[in-house]
Design a protein around this ligand. Structure first.
Ligand SMILES: NC(=O)c1ccc[n+]([C@@H]2O[C@H](COP(=O)([O-])OP(=O)(O)OC[C@H]3O[C@@H](n4cnc5c(N)ncnc54)[C@H](OP(=O)(O)O)[C@@H]3O)[C@@H](O)[C@H]2O)c1
Length: 325
């Protein structure tokens, strides 16, 4: 099969197209012919090998998995003898966190991993990025933010993969949603369900008198300190982008004060919890309350260009790779 091999950490040039053996299914695995795989902001950060602490999981001096990529959607091509939930020909999607391998034509996935049947109202392209943006935002809104109907929720970076999912999920839970994005994305963010939009190029959301029960800062450009006055008395600031200041704020607010700063590494959650979140996500999708937002797609061979585009930090929803033309 064709696959993009990762030769080391660094710029987008680390990927090289090669022909390699198709992966073999283990007894409890399925093999998926990939129709779309995601290229995420998290992928591009892992590619750089920084912060170095990430290498404890990814490989100290070079990536331990030759083929990277985690999000996928496609058709089951083979099943191991112990597999009971899936059959050859089933349409599926998911996130292969432990062993990656989705920058390729085929990937093997444990049946009990993060994989589900494709809902009828989701295309392969939409589904490929759904777990990254959807499960992460569900984890932040539900587990960290304890979102409830009627709460005021602000989402910074409302036009990205996490943000576009977050607006729809927060609406699903009955929150009053404010989306912060740039001028070109205001209409999309409104159309996804935001009650209010703020153009960050013209207005600073921390500078007016509005307050929020939850600020979900997906971009990592506004600190807890900057957002503190925009939180309600028991408000929560949650960001998926970890740095030393957030770490310090988490430790301090865990002990003192009513306003809290929070972070979670969603991919490091136990598989049982990720599957629980995936089940909730499926309910939201099947209710017609969550769709995937597609920015652009690239053929598998153009992974370098896809990473260069995602590196810029201005994508709209998701970018996908297409091993099948
Ligand atoms: N901790 C976890 O579990 C976890 C999981 C997944 C991802 N992540 C991390 O979460 C972060 C976000 O990921 P993503 O996939 O959503 O990124 P993304 O798709 O690249 O989204 C970035 C979005 O932010 C907007 N943006 C850029 N500068 C902004 C600013 N100053 N203010 C407001 N919006 C701004 C951009 O819109 P414009 O073009 O309009 O600027 C763009 O749409 C990444 O750092 C990723 O590594 C963490």
């Amino acid at each position: 099969m064709k696959a993009m091999i990762t030769t080391g950490y660094g710029s987008s040039d680390v990927f090289k197209l090669e022909t390699v053996a198709k992966p073999q299914v283990k007894p409890d695995e399925i093999m998926v012919k990939i129709h779309a795989s995601s290229v995420t902001k998290a992928d591009t950060m892992m590619r750089t090998g920084k912060p170095y602490i990430g290498r404890l999981m990814l490989g100290l001096t070079k990536p331990k998995h030759p083929i990277w990529g985690t999000g996928f959607a496609g058709v089951v091509e083979a099943v191991g003898p112990e597999v009971t939930e899936f059959q050859v020909g089933d349409k599926v999607f998911g996130e292969n966190i432990a062993t990656m391998g989705t920058y390729a034509e085929y990937v093997t996935v444990p049946e009990k991993g993060i994989v589900a049947h494709l809902p009828e109202n989701l295309s392969f392209d939409e589904a490929a990025g759904m777990c990254d943006g959807g499960i992460t935002s569900l984890n932040f809104l539900l587990n960290l933010g304890q979102i409830q109907a009627g709460q005021r929720v602000l989402i910074n970076g409302a036009s990205g993969a996490l943000g576009t999912a977050a607006i729809q999920i927060a609406r699903h839970f009955g929150a009053e949603v404010t989306g912060v994005c740039s001028t070109k994305n205001l209409d999309m963010v409104k159309e996804l369900g935001a009650h209010h939009v703020i153009d960050y190029t013209r207005e600073d959301f921390t500078a007016n008198t509005n307050t929020y029960d939850l600020i979900y800062e997906t971009v990592g450009v506004r600190s807890f300190g900057e957002c503190r006055d925009a939180l309600t008395e028991h408000g929560i600031y949650a960001s998926p982008v970890l740095g030393m200041p957030l770490l310090r704020n988490m430790m301090v607010t865990a002990l003192f004060g009513k306003k809290k700063a929070k972070f979670s590494a969603t991919g490091a959650l136990p598989v049982k919890e990720l599957r629980r979140l995936l089940d909730i996500l499926l309910e939201i999708i099947e209710a017609g309350h969550l769709r995937g937002i597609m920015d652009r797609s690239y053929p598998l061979e153009q992974l370098v260009e896809a990473h260069q585009y995602v590196d810029k930090g201005h994508k709209k929803g998701n970018v996908v790779l297409k091993p099948v033309a």
